[in-house]
Design a protein around this ligand. Structure first.
Ligand SMILES: O=C(O)CCC(=O)CC(=O)O
Length: 257
């Protein structure tokens, strides 16, 4: 369990796959840790997969307040430490916002970008403040059921495989979750994302209640040449719910770079 020592504390990461494979960095969504990508990494044995727990999530320290750009600086430091630049960056939701910020701040580090179930701006400051208020009073459990309905299409949400992911959410460190909500409330990457000029694959989910298809399509339209794929009967978290389909999309994108 390696950790990168950064000014705010320790950032947990792991590397899987062959040393000579293409380096692919994976960035998680809100309230998840690097196990989000287990089924994807298992399906792509040829890549060198670098995963990390962003500040305040999983086994990483929090440190204090953070912005999406701050998370992106952490990802840049990890790319420096892990080597392999320029890398392919795959980010889901807030992880995709980290990817958008990183691609505009440090285009030299990336050769391809996958933006999954994300947008340049997600939610409103008022909605994030209300969510923070709810969980400060009742814990993350208080929001878990509606979050699951945004994360997963009905068949998965009502099935036997939901429990581990619900547990991952409700066991997230509360202060880390709140810090990420505050980062989301303050982030609008629209102008930066419109300047991106690299190969981009955009993935959405037909049943995504957190970043609905129209939001994802609008982001794709900002980026010249971006490829767009909306997965049917899939919610906000395709690496869990549609891992075969998402792995195939990633495989094709990486092979074409
Ligand atoms: O998943 C994210 O990173 C942020 C978007 C969101 O609000 C997801 C959720 O429904 O909790």
């Amino acid at each position: 369990m390696p950790a990168l020592s950064l000014p705010w504390g320790a950032m947990h990461y792991r590397i899987d796959g062959p040393e000579n494979g293409p380096t692919v960095i994976f960035a998680n969504s809100l309230g998840t840790d690097l196990h989000l990508w287990d089924d994807i990494v298992a399906r792509l044995p040829g890549i060198r997969a670098v995963r990390f727990d962003k500040r305040g999530h999983g086994l990483s320290d929090l440190g204090g307040a953070v912005t999406v750009e701050g998370y992106a600086e952490d990802a840049a430091a990890l790319i420096g430490a892990a080597g392999g630049a320029p890398v392919v960056f795959v980010g889901l939701s807030i992880g995709g916002m980290i990817g958008q910020a990183l691609a505009s701040m440090r285009p030299d580090l990336l050769r391809g970008l996958v933006l999954s179930n994300t947008a340049p701006k997600m939610g409103t400051a008022e909605a994030w403040a209300a969510r923070i208020d709810t969980i400060r009073k009742g814990g993350i459990e208080a929001i878990a059921d509606p979050v699951m309905e945004r994360w997963f299409a009905p068949a998965f949400c009502n099935g036997p495989d939901l429990a581990p992911w619900r547990n991952m959410l409700i066991r997230s460190p509360l202060d880390g979750y709140v810090a990420a909500c505050e980062a989301l409330a303050g982030a609008d990457l629209t102008a930066n994302t419109a300047t991106l000029r690299l190969p981009v694959l955009v993935i959405g989910g037909e049943d995504d209640g957190a970043s609905p298809p129209d939001l994802v399509k609008a982001m794709a339209a900002l980026i010249p040449g971006a490829r767009l794929h909306i997965l049917p009967q899939t919610g906000h978290i395709p690496p869990v719910e549609a891992s075969d389909e998402m792995a195939a999309l990633l495989q094709g994108f990486i092979a074409g770079l």
